[in-house]
Write a protein that binds this ligand. Structure first.
Ligand SMILES: [Zn+2]
Length: 224
């Protein structure tokens, strides 16, 4: 664990006097490049704090130099993700800020529950898990599908139990993926929320858990 390096720079926007742009680092690991409000900055750091022990249980740590930017509008590469993405080439996460995510989720809320700060934070954790998994995959293995599994499990496992129960209630018919062959990119692309719930329930089954995640990091999954 690195020492806490907290550097916060506040700018006042001329056209939005109640908004701050916050720049800083949480736990010396993630630089929040641009967060719209101080509360959002705190939310990002809370997400980092709450996912760190779970990621560690999977043998994962956040990479050095990771940056996270909160955006007002969806960025180009977020097509297959509800609110953002991790770009391994620049080791950076882009995510819609809370207000923009709220707007984007109004028509069709993810997981069938209205977005709230805890659900929004779970999406931060989803992307943090992608970032943590990226460097741990064995060289050359197919990682797209496997990374979605790891990110989905991290997202749901770190939610407060009551928040998670609200989500799982909407998917009572799901029992978790039966086996590796059912965990596919096509399934993810068709319905990321069902993929996430089925991944989480699969992770909970005896014999899976962190051992299964370690196998994924070693062998990956077909990207189809
Ligand atoms: Zn993802």
């Amino acid at each position: 664990m690195k020492g806490v390096a907290l550097l916060v720079v506040l700018f006042l926007f001329r056209d939005a006097p109640d908004a701050f742009a916050v720049q800083g680092a949480c736990n010396g690991a993630v630089a929040v490049v641009a967060a719209a409000t101080a509360e959002e900055y705190e939310s990002v750091c809370a997400a980092v704090r709450s996912c760190t022990p779970f990621l560690k249980s999977l043998g994962l740590v956040l990479p050095d130099g990771l940056t996270l930017t909160l955006d007002d509008t969806p960025q180009g590469k977020s097509l297959d993700h509800a609110f953002g993405y991790y770009d391994p080439r620049s080791n950076s996460i882009h995510l819609l800020n809370y207000r923009a995510a709220l707007e984007a989720s109004r028509a069709a809320p993810s997981f069938g529950v209205p977005l709230d700060p805890a659900i929004w934070r779970s999406y931060i954790i989803h992307e943090l898990a992608h970032a943590a998994a990226e460097g741990k995959f064995r060289r050359g293995v197919h990682r797209h599908t496997a990374s979605e599994y790891i990110a989905s499990v991290s997202q749901l496992a770190t939610l407060a139990p009551d928040e998670r129960a609200r989500i799982l209630e909407n998917y009572g018919e799901l029992g978790g993926f039966d086996g590796e062959e059912d965990i596919t990119l096509n399934y993810y692309l068709l319905d990321p929320a069902r993929f996430a719930v089925n991944s989480f329930l699969h992770y909970l089954k005896p014999g899976n858990g962190d051992a299964f995640v370690r196998r994924l990091l070693l062998n990956g999954l077909p990207d189809e």
